[in-house]
Design a binder for this molecule. Structure first.
Ligand code: DQA
Length: 155
């Protein structure tokens, strides 16, 4: 049997504060959801898809760039919620392009229907999919997408 695909879930700036952010955007059913609770949920989504999962969080842009530089050595696919960096960090776009690892962009909240600046994504055209406004379930959809992409890549 082939080894399970390795998925790295990358949490960007302010994602560690999820449990203290507006639950209407970042919670579930109106109640706050912590990053730890989200990660437990993501682990079960990965198990359902037969994927191995690892998490990385940082609030330092340079650390995220460095993580992306090493990503290809340690992961077959990635899920990236870069938080507000999504909307302006061209350095992260370049680093993700260098990584060359199939990546799904995820946002818990619906970035299309909030402030106009959240509609901009520096990752446009680089990711295999963008999922926004589905809450934690967006990560389940992202895992399923990566499973399809990586299985296809194996053929
Ligand atoms: C976010 C949306 C971003 O606009 C915001 O800056 C975040 C979180 C989301 O998951 O909905 O920090 O990426």
């Amino acid at each position: 049997m082939a080894a399970a695909h390795r998925i790295e879930v990358l949490h960007g700036v302010n994602l560690d504060m999820l449990g203290r952010r507006d639950p209407r955007h970042y919670g579930e059913g109106g109640r706050p959801l912590s990053l730890l609770e989200l990660e437990r949920r993501i682990e079960s989504f990965a198990a359902d898809q037969g994927l191995r999962v690892r998490f990385f969080h940082t609030n330092a842009e340079g650390e995220m760039v460095a993580r992306l530089h090493r990503l290809a050595d340690e992961a077959d696919g990635a899920i990236l919620n870069a938080g507000a960096w999504t909307h302006y960090s061209w350095a992260l776009r370049d680093a993700l392009e260098i990584a060359g690892v199939p990546t799904v962009e995820v946002h818990l909240s619906d970035v299309e229907s909030r402030e106009p600046w959240r509609r901009v994504s520096v990752f446009d055209g680089l990711c295999v999919a963008k999922i926004s406004g589905r809450g934690p379930d967006g990560y389940r959809m992202a895992m399923a997408q990566l499973r399809r992409t990586l299985d296809g890549a194996d053929e």
